[in-house]
Design a protein around this ligand. Structure first.
Ligand SMILES: NC(=O)c1ccc[n+]([C@@H]2O[C@H](COP(=O)([O-])OP(=O)(O)OC[C@H]3O[C@@H](n4cnc5c(N)ncnc54)[C@H](O)[C@@H]3O)[C@@H](O)[C@H]2O)c1
Length: 250
């Protein structure tokens, strides 16, 4: 392994993904930044901040729910950096809706990005990690996958899928030196989080339900992700860590 560590972060143009990419760069990683092309300006801005820190940043557009785009993106990341030490599957979408009226297309869209997207990125990267006998896979699930809230049944299902997938993958790739862990953010102030937080009554109710009595910031998620991406967690795999200020206690 070379001294500089490398990471691929999906959905890195804003919110939690941007914070993770910047936080890993601060910890000495070169970072391959993925998002959809529509997010070009924001993604370029994150890349510029990483380069200002003296780390390398590669901007890679791909829709993580499109297999051909994912394969090309992973290939570009490997060609740019030679190897990827850690991948953070963070790209995700939330489209609210109750089960009774939920269009099949909404179910599919949320599953395709949140669950299948993580699977396809990992599948594309596994041969390189297996060949090296080393890898750190960090999947961003959600306390919504354990606890959930009305209008998010499909989102909850997608995040529960990520956790189940990760537990089995950890068993498959553990003997090869690859760890797989999940981070479950709670209520975090981002573009997605605002769905829960626009109404002050809802926002205050979440604060009241949270032991730390506040809404989370994207930066709150960085340390736990960095732990799973590093060798500090070398003997930790198949685990799920709530990063929610104390909402879910299991
Ligand atoms: N904000 C919260 O309260 C919260 C709570 C729990 C879990 N999460 C999870 O954290 C992750 C980040 O969420 P966020 O709050 O920063 O949301 P966000 O909407 O601010 O950011 C999501 C990012 O993913 C990108 N993205 C969406 N679809 C994509 C696709 N098909 N391919 C590539 N990139 C895509 C978006 O462009 C965006 O940059 C998600 O997986 C989300 O489910 C968020």
């Amino acid at each position: 392994m070379s001294d500089t560590r490398t990471a691929l972060v999906t959905g890195a143009s804003r919110g939690i993904g941007a914070a993770i990419a910047l936080g890993l760069a601060k910890r000495g990683y070169d970072v391959a930044l993925n998002d959809i092309e529509r997010q070009k300006d924001d993604l370029d801005a994150v890349a510029a901040q990483i380069r200002e820190m003296g780390q390398r940043a590669e901007v890679l557009f791909a829709d993580v729910s499109d297999k051909a785009q994912v394969e090309a993106m992973v290939q570009q990341a490997l060609e740019a950096f030679g190897q990827i030490d850690a991948v953070v599957n963070n790209a995700g979408i939330l489209i609210a809706g109750t089960v009774d009226g939920l269009p099949e297309t909404t179910w599919d869209a949320v599953m395709d990005v949140n669950a299948k997207g993580s699977f396809m990125v990992i599948q594309a990267l596994l041969p390189a990690m297996k060949a090296r006998g080393y890898g750190r896979i960090v999947n961003i699930a959600s306390i919504g996958g354990k606890h959930g809230a009305p209008e998010q049944a499909h989102y909850s299902a997608s995040k529960a899928a990520v956790m189940g997938f990760s537990r089995v993958l950890a068993q498959e790739v553990g003997p090869l030196g690859i760890t797989v862990n999940c981070v479950c953010p709670g209520i975090i102030m981002t573009d997605m989080g605002r769905v829960n937080l626009e109404d002050p009554q809802v926002s205050n109710a979440w604060k009241a339900k949270t032991a730390m009595a506040r809404i989370g910031d994207p930066e709150d998620v960085v340390g736990p992700v960095a732990f799973f991406a590093s060798d500090d967690s070398a003997f930790v795999t198949g685990q799920t860590l709530n990063v929610d200020g104390g909402i879910v206690f299991s």
